[in-house]
Write a protein that binds this ligand. Structure first.
Ligand code: NAD
Length: 365
């Protein structure tokens, strides 16, 4: 990361006007994150990762639970001025210590908090799924663009060593011409009261949660954009967990090269698997996209050889993601998984649901 570039950026009058917090930044300063939503991901996974970051640090917390926020802030050496509620979140515009807002809320709240953050002059890292509709994704991109802020989606697998190595192997022809991808993600959702099962908060069922990994993997492993999708659903509507959202979705993506991806998401079985089959072999990951403990094999027609990513400066996928956003902000570059990438997925998600509803193949523009 070239922090020297920040001096150049600071020389820009336009940027000085547009970004008061960056203007007060000094070269080498770690960018400050506000974590919005102190749930299992924001608090349990992301906040502990700042110790592994080179360019990022925790600067504020946003929560509906004042006591929890006070405790978390104190544990990380933050004072009362670094604590916000959802209601007074917009005051964050006056906090020069916060450069980036990381939205770790239920899916249906992503658009609102991304747009409010952008209007407060902050860059945004938003969890997946980007939002619950194409229209929301477009509004988020527009808000960030209007405020001249960066928008990144929390697609952590783009920073995960096994997935990166699998993509490298696939592009280098290790499996030959890719003809077929299987990509399956699911877990058993036990709690009928979970927000993930409430449409108003989740926007949908397993597709909106684990299905995003299946869809993403199909796209980044092939490096292609699908031209058509055919989907079907299996949900036991008598099961109290699935009154509002789907359980199993099974969809096929057709790619311009002729490759096909067979993808699944589910809330009634555990699965975490990606398999690429080419005319010269296979690349397989299982588990494929977990936080830790992923595995990979290459082979002709099975798991003949276990592969580990090459040794190198290892940061966790989470720290890699956080620092990539900070680096993108400082360099004035688009993050590799920008809002447009989340929008691409949401267009396909809407086509998957439409294919189920209409019982036919949907062509993608
Ligand atoms: P969670 O239920 O553990 O946490 C959600 C947080 O939002 C809680 O702090 C909760 O209090 C708060 N909240 C505010 N308003 C709420 C409301 N009306 N209903 C429910 N909660 C409300 O959920 P999570 O697992 O942390 O997921 C949060 C987001 O992070 C989701 O969008 C999810 O898809 C994403 N996520 C991403 C990954 C990943 O690996 N990238 C992993 C887990 C979750």
């Amino acid at each position: 990361m070239d922090f020297g570039r920040r001096d150049l950026l600071l020389g820009s009058a336009a940027l000085l006007l547009a970004n008061s917090s960056a203007a007060r930044a000094v070269p080498g300063r770690k960018l400050g994150y506000a974590i919005v939503g102190l749930g299992s991901y924001g608090l349990g996974v992301i906040i502990p990762q700042f110790v592994n970051c080179t360019h990022s640090r925790l600067a504020a917390v946003v929560s509906g639970d004042r006591a929890k926020a006070t405790r978390v802030a104190a544990e990380h050496g933050l004072g009362a001025g670094a604590i916000y509620s959802y209601a007074d979140f917009d005051r964050i515009r006056d906090n020069p210590d916060v450069d980036i807002v990381y939205v770790c809320l239920p899916n249906a709240m992503h658009a609102e908090f991304t747009i409010r953050a952008a209007r407060a002059g902050k860059h945004v890292l938003c969890e997946k799924p980007m939002a619950v509709s194409v229209a929301e994704c477009e509004a988020m991109i527009a808000a960030c663009r209007a405020a001249d802020r960066k928008l990144m989606i929390g697609y952590r697998c783009h920073f995960e060593a096994y997935n990166l190595e699998a993509v490298r192997l696939a592009r280098s022809g290790a499996a030959g011409k890719i003809r077929y991808v299987r990509s399956e993600h699911g877990f058993v959702q036990h709690n009928p009261a979970a927000w993930r099962l409430k449409r108003a908060l989740s926007g949908g069922g397993s597709l909106m949660d684990m299905g995003i990994y299946s869809l993403q993997a199909a796209r980044y492993m092939t490096g292609e954009e699908p031209v058509a999708v055919t989907a079907r659903e299996s949900t036991d509507r008598r099961d109290p967990r699935f009154r509002e959202v789907e359980d199993i979705l099974d969809w096929t993506l057709e790619f311009p090269s002729g490759a096909i991806a067979s993808c699944q998401s589910m809330y009634s079985a555990a699965q975490n698997h990606v398999l690429l089959m080419g005319d010269a072999g296979r690349i397989e990951l299982e588990p494929a996209t977990r936080y830790t403990g992923n595995h990979m094999w290459v082979g002709e027609d099975g798991r003949e050889k276990a592969v580990t990513p090459p040794p190198g400066p290892r940061v966790t996928q989470f720290a890699g993601q956080l620092d990539h956003m900070s680096e993108s902000v400082v360099a004035g570059r688009e993050p590799i998984v920008s809002g447009e990438e989340g929008l691409r997925d949401m267009r396909i998600v809407e086509a998957i649901y439409r294919s189920v509803r209409e019982g036919r193949t949907i062509r993608l523009g």
